[in-house]
Design a protein around this ligand. Structure first.
Ligand code: F6R
Length: 248
């Protein structure tokens, strides 16, 4: 693990966006697709804003990009403003030239019986396009990456999970109350994430400081699923000063 700490998250986000843009361009130059694993939430917003700016102002093309989002609430309509489907289109996909059929997001509209086959197909599709070249992550205060809550197995793949109380409480504000937050979600697994060739985790603000200390300096354990990242050989934690403030 490499830790890079910055004063300001906007500055750090621009550097992460630059790495993604360089990867997209180098893959395009050799005629290859660039497979990106993407996150939602507040953490990656400025990375997406910077990628949109580079598309508009610097001609960065996403025609060779294939994306797989980490997770989606269940049940959840795609048109719902709380959906991760909506979030991704609003912050990124509507503003770039990625072909619609190269965008993959777990489907919150599936029936219970459809979920397992969907998850197996999601894994197969990631493998079929050559695996994730780059995975962008945030971290939840439970230590989740994607929605892999405490107890998630090292070998887990894409699946339906039950959200922790703290995760739902943290989301309650944007859902106008805890009772409106879905109890379940579909998420890529720990193994899915760790199979990425490169991982960058974004952490901003004081309220992430404690879980980031446990993640980076604690013992590897399913109690804090993000600690599994310690076993990955090409992961960087990009933190602002407040998020890095508890690190020794
Ligand atoms: C979102 C995701 C989650 C978030 C995490 C942090 O796709 O997988 O793990 O990254 O809950 O959320 P924010 O960035 O809103 O603090």
């Amino acid at each position: 693990i490499h830790n890079i700490s910055f004063g300001q998250s906007t500055e750090a986000s621009a550097i992460v966006a630059r790495e993604i843009a360089d990867l997209i361009r180098s893959k395009a130059a050799s005629g290859k697709p660039c497979v990106l694993g993407l996150a939602t939430g507040s953490s990656p917003i400025n990375v997406y804003a910077e990628l949109v700016r580079m598309h508009r102002e610097e001609g960065l093309s996403f025609k060779n990009v294939i994306t797989f989002n980490l997770d989606e609430y269940w049940p959840m309509e795609k048109s719902d403003v709380q959906s991760y489907h909506y979030f991704m289109h609003e912050h990124l996909f509507n503003h770039i030239d990625i072909p619609a059929d190269q965008v993959n997001i777990p489907d919150g509209t599936l029936s219970q019986e459809e979920i397992k086959p969907f998850c197996i197909a999601y894994e197969a599709k990631i493998k079929a396009v050559g695996g994730l070249d780059f995975q962008l992550l945030g971290i939840g205060r439970t230590g989740h990456i994607g929605f892999n809550e405490p107890g998630s197995h090292f070998n887990s793949g894409t699946r339906m999970i039950t959200l922790d109380y703290l995760t739902r409480a943290d989301a309650a504000g944007s859902f106008r109350g805890l009772s409106n937050v879905p109890k379940k979600a579909i998420t890529m697994g720990i193994n899915t994430v760790l199979s990425a060739k490169r991982i960058v985790l974004l952490g901003w603000g004081q309220n992430k400081a404690e879980i980031l200390k446990e993640t980076i300096e604690g013992e590897i354990s399913s109690t804090v699923p993000a600690t599994y990242l310690q076993e990955h050989d090409n992961t960087t934690f990009v933190l602002d000063d407040a998020a890095a403030s508890e690190l020794t």
